[in-house]
Design a protein around this ligand. Structure first.
Ligand code: NAI
Ligand code: MG
Length: 356
């Protein structure tokens, strides 16, 4: 049976960039002789309107029977973690399917104005706990307000989650075969217990990877080093919020959010999802850059290819990466955020054309 990917458009620019991404995925699969069934399902605000739930039952059932998810950005701030039918689809899917590893690469590209041409790193961000109030075992009540003038934001760190994100990060450093370096990012000087446990787990896992060099940075210092010497970094393993922030910073270093892909991987299923949001300021204009979503889809195809030992799927992923790079380096068909005048559709056609 072909692997199945459930396609979820999302809000704002979601439908525009998902259309372009699907087009490019289909072109890559044709070229590589790979086979995947793409199954579109409702999600987000459109689903709430039509089905009374942001992640309707038919969508959940399709995902239960699928191998991957392609998710467009969602307008997170309008959702309500206290109302299940109005759940933030992104958080809901990460949590329900235990997508614990948020993998966010940043790489310098020819033809993109950026602060450094030497960036080639991946942020491996823990995705299921940390400071996120919807992910800390308190059923969405992770922020406590004992009185009108006081709030306690609770941060969860567990041995289980720390060990598995560390394992995912070291495996990635080994598979990349590049600088073979893992940098652990934390704030153990202040969050002694939480980040102390996180570091302890990472160092335990490091024992199994003697060929990987390990160093560590406080989050504030890491933020600076990322700008001063980004070429130092290969794989960064860190907790949820630090990873959220550092990955946007890394994206900024190499040309912005329009080019920043991400994969949310669990043990059974993975979800492709760009780092950027639903960009309400440009939604509906047909000018959004679909690159980040395309590159996320490429990561998903590669992930599926590795798990299923399917070289055609891995090749489809590689083809998408190369075609996005080529289209941008050529510089003829670029969306406005990259300095061009092309529409989302024209850019998508150019990428699909570069595959064939
Ligand atoms: P945003 O990432 O949507 O937009 C920030 C800026 O980058 C805007 O000027 C936007 O036009 C631009 N931008 C983003 N993606 C682009 C693309 N593909 N092509 C061209 N320009 C692009 O962040 P913002 O405005 O803070 O959040 C908007 C909504 O998205 C909020 O509801 C937020 O909570 C949500 N959000 C959702 C995420 C997700 O689904 N993964 C991630 C981040 C934010
Ligand atoms: Mg973010």
């Amino acid at each position: 049976m072909n692997p199945r990917i459930v396609v979820l458009e999302g809000d704002g620019i979601g439908p525009e960039i998902i259309a372009g991404t699907v087009r490019v995925v289909e072109a890559a699969l044709r070229q590589s002789n790979g086979a995947v069934d793409l199954v579109p399902k409702p999600i987000g605000l459109a689903a709430l309107e039509r089905h009374g739930h942001t992640v309707p039952a038919e969508t959940r059932q399709a995902i239960d029977a699928a191998d991957g998810i392609l998710l467009g950005p969602v307008t997170s701030h309008v959702y309500d973690i206290f109302k299940p039918e109005n759940a933030n689809p992104s958080a809901y899917l990460r949590k329900t399917y235990d997508l614990y590893a948020n993998v966010r690469p940043a790489r310098s590209r020819q033809g993109v104005k950026s602060m450094s041409d030497k960036v080639d790193l991946v942020v491996m961000r823990e995705n299921t706990e940390g400071f996120y109030a919807d992910r800390n075992l308190m059923d969405g009540n992770g922020e406590l307000r004992p009185n009108e003038d006081t709030v306690l934001s609770v941060r969860l760190v567990t041995r289980k989650a720390s060990l598995r994100i560390a394992r995912a990060g070291f495996e990635l450093a080994r598979a990349r075969g590049g600088k073979k370096r893992v940098s652990l990012v934390h704030k153990a000087n202040v969050l002694r217990r939480g980040d102390g446990l996180f570091l302890e787990c990472c160092r335990e896992v490091a024992q199994d990877y003697p060929e990987i060099a390990v160093d560590d940075f406080h989050i504030d210092a890491a933020a600076m080093h990322l700008i001063l010497r980004p070429e130092h970094f290969d794989v960064i393993i860190t907790t949820n919020m630090f990873g959220d922030i550092l990955s946007d910073e890394a994206a900024g270093l190499v040309g912005g959010l329009g080019l920043a892909p991400g994969l949310n991987a669990g043990d059974r299923i993975a979800m492709a999802q760009a780092v950027h949001g639903s960009a309400p300021d440009i939604a509906g204009q047909g000018i959004a850059n679909p690159s980040a979503e395309m590159l996320s889809a490429a990561m998903l195809l590669e992930w599926l290819g590795h798990r299923r030992n399917d070289a055609a799927l891995r090749r489809a992923g590689t083809l998408i990466h190369a075609a996005v790079d080529k289209t941008i380096a050529r510089g003829e068909t670029l969306t406005p955020d990259l300095g061009g005048k092309a529409s989302t559709d024209a850019f998508s056609a150019a990428v699909a054309g570069a595959i064939g």
